[in-house]
Design a protein around this ligand. Structure first.
Ligand code: ZN
Length: 152
């Protein structure tokens, strides 16, 4: 069953949520790392509706999606939140597309980009034990680390 969820979400709340996850240390100029407080409002992006800022130090422009996989996209913050949620929860591309009002092709494109990005961020170091149960990798990951800290 499809839900008209896109109409029920508040844009400002989506922006605040994305800001917290995309820029946990605060929004900053991606060109010179000057903090957001050293920028001025420049314009509103006509596609995404995001506010674009111009850095007072280097004159570079940036916004909420700068430095993320969504940089350059015209998706609204609500679309991004629902796209992330749907992909992470394993929702089908067809259903997700219907619920958020994008084409299935667009949803698939973002699903592939998000999966490639997640794969790129996987650690490259092999697991320390030669024999590791697959469920152990997820369920006991925290416990082993705590044990190591206590013994040291
Ligand atoms: Zn700058």
């Amino acid at each position: 069953m499809d839900f008209p969820i896109i109409d029920l979400l508040d844009e400002e709340t989506c922006i605040a949520w994305l800001m917290e996850y995309f820029h946990p240390d605060g929004l900053a100029c991606p060109h010179c790392r000057a903090p957001y407080t050293e920028s001025r409002f420049f314009r509103v992006n006509s596609g995404s509706g995001l506010e674009v800022y111009r850095c007072r130090r280097c004159d570079g422009v940036y916004h909420l999606y700068s430095g993320t996989v969504f940089e350059g996209s015209q998706l609204t913050p609500t679309h991004v939140v629902l796209l992330l949620r749907g992909v992470l929860q394993g929702q089908s591309s067809a259903q997700l597309a219907r619920e958020i009002g994008l084409t299935e092709k667009t949803v698939l494109k973002w699903r592939h980009r998000l999966q490639a990005n997640a794969e790129r961020l996987q650690p490259e170091a092999p697991l320390p034990d030669l024999e590791t149960e697959s469920d152990e990798m997820f369920q006991n990951a925290g416990e082993k680390r705590c044990g190591t800290l206590r013994s040291g």
